[in-house]
Design a binder for this molecule. Structure first.
Ligand code: ADP
Length: 265
């Protein structure tokens, strides 16, 4: 049985196609999100990779910030529930999930069964999110995916004192104009994101195993800075950007199994 999870974020669109709730046939992330051609493109690419037709998929669950605008799904489920499901499937010992996406950051606490026991979210401000990193990457004239390598060359951390993204951007411009090395400035940018997310995590508390998901988890510089702030090791979820879509595909599978058990019973 095939199920599909679609995660429409602010910055990217993700699709996972799953066979029998276990085997990932395709996992695709397209770097544009809600209100763009991203969801349709991610869907098409995933079908091609999995070598299946759309009508062979038994159920589709959509999640993410843009889920209300998507018409091609059988059910909508919140990102919190989908991330929890995806992470618990991959790493059953996970008790805290840190998800850093394009325009928000979330800290989700899980119980032993993988159910959400508490969560906090920063959605009002770009600081501590992928957007902050994208703004800073533009100032540095690099792609956001290049920040990790640049930050890895740092000898010092140039701290960014402003929490507001607009003021922090001016601060980065001034530091570069004053002759600070771009790698040291990047280390400061990573530290700024880590401090902001650590502040959020402090509101619900951190219980190991701590797992990080979302697009920003691909930047090991941010992960290292966050480990330093929280003083705890962090496990990066495999294919971290796809965890929500995976959770959605798993929820689709489980609901079909439940429905067929009811019919048989
Ligand atoms: P959303 O679900 O909100 O659309 P994602 O979880 O897909 O967000 O994360 C998007 C963010 O991930 C981007 O804003 C960017 O900062 C970061 N990102 C995307 N691709 C990469 C990459 N290859 N390396 C590092 N960071 C990345």
């Amino acid at each position: 049985m095939l199920t599909m999870g679609v995660d429409i974020g602010s910055a990217s669109s993700k699709v996972v196609i799953l066979r029998d709730g276990a085997e990932i046939l395709a996992g695709v992330a397209v770097p544009v999100g809600t209100g763009t051609t991203g969801p349709a493109r991610a869907l098409q690419q995933a079908l091609e990779i999995a070598k299946v037709e759309r009508d062979e998929i038994s159920k589709v669950v959509v999640t993410g910030y843009g889920r209300m605008t998507y018409e091609g799904a059988d059910e909508q489920v919140s990102e919190i529930t989908c991330h929890a499901k995806g992470v618990h499937h991959l790493i059953p010992s996970a008790r805290t999930i840190i998800d850093i996406g394009g325009q928000d950051a979330k800290v989700i606490k899980l119980d032993e069964q993988g159910y959400v026991s508490n969560f906090v979210m920063n959605e009002k401000c770009a600081a501590g999110t992928g957007r902050f990193l994208e703004v800073m990457a533009r100032v540095l004239e690099v792609h956001v995916s290049e920040l990790e390598v640049l930050g890895d060359k740092a000898n010092n951390v140039v701290p960014i004192s402003s929490t507001c993204t607009v003021f922090a951007e001016s601060e980065v411009i001034s530091q570069l104009a004053a002759g600070q090395k771009s790698s040291d400035v990047v280390a400061g940018i990573h530290q700024s994101v880590a401090r902001r997310v650590a502040g959020l995590a402090g509101r619900v508390g951190i219980t190991p195993t701590v797992v990080i998901t979302g697009g920003v988890a691909q930047n090991a510089g941010v992960v290292k800075a966050l480990e330093k702030e929280l003083k705890i090791p962090i496990t990066v979820a495999p294919r971290s950007q796809l965890t929500g879509a995976l959770g959605a595909a798993l929820i689709a599978f489980e609901s079909l199994v439940k429905a067929s058990n009811k019919t048989v019973g």
